[in-house]
Design a protein around this ligand. Structure first.
Ligand code: GLC
Length: 739
């Protein structure tokens, strides 16, 4: 009976899809080659030249048409759209894109911070808010989610990602696609999403942006592709090809990743837009000799729309005439673009009619931004300094990120407004008004400054107060695109500032804002407590104040490993064993020690091999005890599932959330397997003393990997199953998979 009830819905969905296909096919049949090529062209910004191109039917999309500062976004957007709709022969509307990466006017924590929440419902809510605000300003399409697995904190764009783990990136990406697009992306408060940067961009050599990537196909399929597949499964409308050279073939000219995998194996029916000038940059790569070859490479490989450069419109006719390109290839690209325009509802509603600009910064939006900031902060250390004592009479707030509303928002916040941001200093002064004197000294002019003239005032303020709160880190522009680093310490003279403040002898709490994991080994001893806040967005101040004052308990977990020093990079939890894995407590042989091969292992002479803080790590104001890990079975046949149940107890005195993590290890494989892989996670709330049974279901399919023959297989054998509050401290059980 249930099926019968679904038939009308299935039919409706089918008939809508067929209407779309029929409509697109009918339009395509009328189009000239010039009009088809026009759909493949994207520009940025409104200008007389771009309007002329639009008037000639030569533009399919324009990005950055309006902004949150637009006084009348409808007038601005509709003026451009009217040219396309009313002054061209077929009146095909343009699709307006914009980078709405982690919020529009209400700025959420950077995506790496949102990943630290391990709370996908909250991530989805944040994307829905971003869509609601951006669509009110005429945005049809956002270039998010970014799901590049990032295992190198030197890479500035780790800030925009879900971190080092494929599953976390996959779930974050799918949640954002759902939030941006909803069930029907033609709804006035939704936007089309874009999975980027396809693919492997985060594996740049040296962590240097745009640099070469070498990723064996098995690793590509096991680690870097799954987050993108999750976005396809969530219904993402578009993809963006990347800048990187992948195994010698740039991703924006890579038929394997786009034709074979994305559009072939995955049957993706949306369209691919290149990244900024990535088509013409095929020449710089040394992959194409000129724009003609670049056009051929991009179109043949499956990039449907060219962002900014004009290789396609200038060369496609000649390539067709030379028989190097087929009209079917052109038609496929145009069809995909028209299909998404139809699904976004542009043919029926090309104009911004209801300017809901009052929707920005709505109270529920700010509330969600605060919750996201609260859940994103990771407590790395607490020797009792936090929560700050209720009877504190004076608090010194020191550091360049304590009251910096612009930098607090993080990278990719072109529609954020610093005037909306509430900083930690403001929030603390409001919360402590009348009961604690809050004094402030920045210590340094900005995060990167080496000017120490402000130290004396900072020391004076710190010495005069009962406790010190250091708020330091990276400014927003120190991460993000083209902003990679060779060092992972605090920029400028902040390390020295921490030293002199710690020497004042007062209890020191450190809050660090940054767009990446930092190497904090030298700093840990300087503070009794360390809270890592990423770039927390508009409501970062109230969230941090609530955490510092104990109104809320920290619950964030690290989405990326924190190294002791940059020399350890790459260092990530899902690493391989090697034939000589380092042993706990490895010692360094003193000078003159005779070489003893039996003593050799894979550690360092000048550092531990262990990271400073592991993936999944995060403390709270309570403690959690894990016990009674049981499996429904210890033997699984192919295709079967087991249930793993663990008891988690809040053994402290405050209610708090815990992110329970499930890992597995395949002990032996025809391809060597990581020492552990996260298979699931669950955020639970526990009152003091409360015990909760958490049950995960694990199917053998989750154990699949690509063998040397590149077959996706699950191999029988012995496995470990691990559950814990981070990737290092786990309870372990064993199970076997049999044929
Ligand atoms: C940039 C970025 C990409 C962004 C695009 C449009 O270069 O690489 O993430 O979406 O151009 O701004």
């Amino acid at each position: 009976m249930v099926y019968a009830a679904c038939v009308p819905l299935i039919f409706t969905m089918w008939s809508v899809r067929m209407q779309t296909e029929d409509r697109v096919a009918a339009l395509l049949a009328q189009m000239t080659l010039a009009e088809k090529l026009g759909q493949l062209q994207q520009f940025t910004g409104d200008s007389p030249e771009h309007r002329d191109w639009v008037r000639r039917g030569m533009v399919g999309s324009i990005i950055n048409v309006t902004s949150s500062r637009s006084k009348s976004p409808a007038a601005e957007a509709n003026a451009l759209q009217e040219i396309a709709v009313k002054e061209t022969r077929l009146g095909i509307p343009m699709i307006f894109g914009r980078d709405v990466i982690h919020g529009y006017r209400t700025v959420m924590p950077i995506p790496l911070g949102q990943a630290a929440t391990f709370d996908m419902e909250l991530v989805e809510e944040g994307a829905a808010i971003a869509a609601r605000e951006a669509s009110a300003y005429g945005v049809h399409w956002t270039f998010a989610p970014m799901v590049d697995v990032s295992r190198d904190p030197r890479w500035g764009r780790i800030a925009e990602s879900g971190g080092e783990d494929p599953l976390l990136n996959a779930r974050l990406g799918a949640a954002m696609v759902r939030g941006f697009q909803g069930e029907d992306m033609s709804a006035p408060d939704r936007v089309a999403a874009c999975a980027k940067h396809y693919v492997g961009y985060g594996a740049a050599e040296g962590g240097r942006d745009y640099n070469t990537t070498y990723i064996p196909e098995g690793l590509l399929r096991d680690v870097y592709l799954p987050p993108f597949k999750a976005c396809v499964d969530a219904g993402v409308a578009t993809f963006m090809s990347a800048f990187n050279d992948l195994n010698g073939v740039p991703t924006s000219g890579n038929a394997f990743t786009m034709r074979q995998v994305l559009k072939g194996e995955w049957n993706f029916d949306g369209f691919v837009v290149s990244d900024w000038n990535a088509i013409i940059e095929l020449i710089k790569h040394g992959f194409c000799a000129d724009k003609r070859e670049a056009a051929l490479a991009g179109l043949t490989a499956g990039v449907d729309m060219e962002m900014l450069s004009t290789c396609y419109v200038e060369n496609a006719q000649a390539l067709l005439d030379a028989g190097l390109l087929s009209m079917e290839q052109i038609d496929d690209a145009v069809t995909r673009i028209l299909r998404i325009k139809e699904r976004v509802g542009l043919f029926d509603n090309p104009y911004l009619t209801d300017e809901r600009t009052s929707v920005v910064l709505a109270a529920p939006h700010l509330d969600a931004a605060k919750r996201a900031a609260l859940e994103s902060c990771v407590l790395l250390k607490n020797d009792g300094a936090l929560p700050l004592p209720a009877g504190l009479r004076s608090l010194a707030v020191i550091g360049p990120m304590a009251d910096n509303p612009k930098e607090q928002m993080g990278s990719w916040t072109m529609d954020g407004n610093a005037n909306d941001t509430v900083t930690p200093l403001t929030a603390l002064r409001e919360a402590l008004a009348g009961r604690c004197d809050v004094q402030f000294a920045p210590g340094v002019p900005d995060c990167r400054s080496t000017d120490t003239a402000g130290f004396a005032e900072a020391v004076r303020v710190a010495s005069a107060c009962d406790a010190v709160l250091l708020i330091v880190g990276e400014d927003a522009g120190y991460s993000g695109e083209a902003h990679s680093r060779a060092y992972l310490t605090l920029p400028g003279s902040q390390d020295k500032l921490v030293e002199v403040i710690a020497a004042c002898g007062k209890p020191v709490t450190m809050v660090i804002m940054a767009g990446r994991p930092l190497a904090l080994e030298e700093l840990v001893s300087k503070a009794q407590a360390i809270l890592f806040a990423w770039h927390p967005g508009t409501m970062g101040g109230p969230a941090i104040a609530d955490l510092l004052l104990g109104t809320a308990a920290p619950s964030g977990k690290l989405p990326a490993t924190f190294p002791r020093t940059v020399g350890q990079v790459p260092v990530y939890y899902a690493h391989k064993s090697s034939g000589r894995p380092p042993r706990a407590g490895d010692h360094v042989p003193p000078i003159g020690t005779p070489l003893d091969p039996s003593d050799f292992a894979g550690t360092y002479m000048d550092s531990s091999h262990m990271p400073l803080y592991p993936f999944g790590f995060g403390l709270s104001y309570t403690t959690f005890a894990y016990s009674e890990l049981t499996l429904s079975t210890d033997t699984l046949r192919m295709g079967e599932s087991l249930r793993a149940t663990v008891t988690v107890e809040n053994t402290g005195s405050v209610a708090a959330d815990e992110v329970v993590q499930l890992y597995t290890r395949d002990l032996f494989g025809s391809t060597t397997r990581p020492v552990k892989e996260m298979q699931d996670f669950r955020r639970v709330t526990l009152a003091p003393g409360e015990r909760q049974q958490v049950t995960f279901t694990l199917n053998t399919d989750q154990l699949a990997f690509h063998n040397p023959a590149l077959q996706r297989v699950v191999e029988p054998g012995a496995f470990h199953l691990m559950v814990g509050g981070n990737s290092e401290e786990v309870l372990l059980a064993e199970f076997t998979v049999v044929e």
